[in-house]
Design a protein around this ligand. Structure first.
Ligand SMILES: Nc1ncnc2c1ncn2[C@@H]1O[C@H](COP(=O)(O)OP(=O)(O)OP(=O)(O)O)[C@@H](O)[C@H]1O
Length: 309
């Protein structure tokens, strides 16, 4: 069995045209693997296709083409096992107002075929901080409590993979902290976590790996450390007094000569002092007329990757 929690190949989704709207190709052939045990962030602007992807994983949207394996089980060949391996906390709180939190968890467990003796209702209520509201009507719960109950519902069948769709959109700091505490704890216990978020800082803080989707395609997938490593990269742009070629550079510095004659040197600011580049340039006999630096942050990387298409 592979070490991947999720394996997606050539995944496509086209929503068929309806009276008012034309057909929409929401996913255009996604290939994506998500390692077991990781906290994986799925990022992308509005309409990128994140919810479509998550809903396909959850079995709520039917794909148009491609294969999806969840915990090694092919969604088409082993629908029951693949569904049992995943729990999804949706974006919108759809809760039956007449159920109590304990009742909701019980019904959900029943839907997943969890035998009564194996249900962990009390444990889950404790985890989501709703023990004292176990028997309150859902309609009397605050927005934050409803969100927590949604998390609880995603956990009733002890899935190996937990998916959180925009879990912190519009929630207060207290709930956000509680959610992240729970996510870290579940992950420490071995659960694979997949989350979508608009907040780049949040993804940086909590995710081991990140994929950015735009217009139905994965445009980058890397470890958060590597993505941040890219951010550590700076560029020094030198305008030479006279037209010149690039000097010989060590492996730690990448050079590029632009058509306007400027020389751009990209380097890791943590590893290479800018002074070293200036010395290299001077030692090559180049007279510097002007010099400036360029620096990117994750926001820039994200925007440059998502806005140019
Ligand atoms: N049921 C549907 N019928 C037709 N088109 C849809 C449907 N659901 C989503 N779409 C379209 O598919 C594209 C992808 O939408 P999706 O909701 O997956 O994006 P998203 O990245 O989750 O965005 P958001 O962050 O706003 O939730 C959008 O253009 C959207 O309008």
């Amino acid at each position: 069995m592979s070490d991947n929690a999720i394996e997606i190949h050539g995944l496509k989704k086209t929503y068929v045209a309806t009276g008012r709207s034309p057909a929409k190709e929401a996913l255009k052939g996604i290939d994506l693997t998500i390692p077991r045990g990781s906290i994986f962030g799925l990022l992308g602007p509005n309409g990128a296709g994140k919810s479509t992807l998550i809903n396909i994983l959850a079995g709520l949207v039917v794909k148009s083409a491609g294969t999806v394996k969840i915990w090694g089980f092919d969604q088409d060949k082993n629908p029951r096992q693949s569904r049992a391996a995943i729990g999804v906390m949706p974006q919108e709180p759809h809760l039956d107002p007449f159920f109590t939190p304990a009742g909701s968890l019980d019904v959900q467990a029943g839907l997943y075929g969890v035998p009564k003796a194996q249900r962990k209702t009390a444990e889950i209520l404790e985890l989501i901080g709703l023990t004292d509201k176990a028997d309150a009507y859902a309609r009397s719960l605050s927005g934050g409590m409803r969100r927590r109950l949604l998390l609880g519902k995603a956990l009733v069948h002890s899935p190996q993979i937990l998916v959180l769709d925009e879990p912190t959109a519009g929630v207060d700091i207290e709930l956000r902290n509680m959610l992240w505490q729970n996510v870290r704890r579940l992950n420490d216990e071995g659960m694979t976590i997949i989350l979508t978020t608009h907040y780049l800082e949040e993804a940086e803080e909590i995710c081991d790996d990140i994929a950015i989707i735009n217009h139905g395609e994965v445009i980058i997938k890397d470890s958060t450390a590597n993505l941040l490593g890219r951010l550590d990269s700076k560029t020094l742009v030198i305008t030479p007094e006279a037209d010149t070629d690039l000097p010989v550079l060590p492996d730690t510095i990448t050079g590029q000569k632009h058509t306007d004659g400027t020389l751009a040197f990209t380097y890791k600011s943590g590893a290479t002092p800018a002074d070293q580049i200036l010395s290299l340039v001077r030692d090559a006999g180049i007279t510097i007329k002007d010099v400036r630096t360029e620096e990117a942050d994750l926001e820039d990387v994200f925007l440059s990757l998502t806005s140019s298409r």
